[in-house]
Design a protein around this ligand. Sequence first.
Ligand code: G3H
Length: 233
Amino acid sequence: MKLLVSPINNEEAISALKGGADIIDVKNPKEGSLGANFPGVIKGVKDTVGKQKPISAALGDFNYKPGTAALAAYGAAAAGADYVKIGLYDIQTEEQAYEMLAGITEAVRTMDNVPKVVACAYSDYARINSIDPALLPAIGAKAGVDLVMVDTGVKDGRSTFEFLNEAQLKDFVEKAHANGLETALAGSIKFDDIEAIKNIKPDILGVRGIVCGGDRSTSIKQELVEQLRARLS
Ligand SMILES: O=C[C@H](O)COP(=O)(O)O
């Protein structure tokens, strides 16, 4: 299983990299769960990490704005992102979700370095009135994304496991794999969740809070990334 760690700046990206993260996921928690950071920050992290590991960029927690989302994806990829990650935060229908995702895959498909497109839905979808992640594997496959993900939309410490049980998450992963997609699981994951995550078998585990020592508003610590990386092997 790959480990995706979400730094907010270059210094944290170095801690994530040295700790053994497989994917360096630039984001800006001040703007939400999948808050987007500035192109200069993405570029700076790309320059630092170079070809050692792929860079991912969060595009934002999106409502139904396909054009804005496609442009954000294009911009993040132009800034050096190898993965672009869109959050379907306020999306009511499968048609809206498809249009958002298809707009992004179409926008980036002719770029020199075509990024992997990650479609993220939220385990706490009911409390944010958005689309059920269970629908994402089929919609994502139809729209041509590479990866589907589950995260929490509200970062109040409640974990994905408080909203979806192990069987539901396993079903998500299996449906995605059956559709030819990779999977990522995130959402205030704790060290105690690791055995369940190993049973669920996502391709990628995404974290921030756990490698900040529990409070995602502080900084990523290299030794916690090392510990988590060791527990996943
Ligand atoms: O993409 C992964 C997220 O940044 C996870 O953050 P979190 O572990 O603090 O919920």
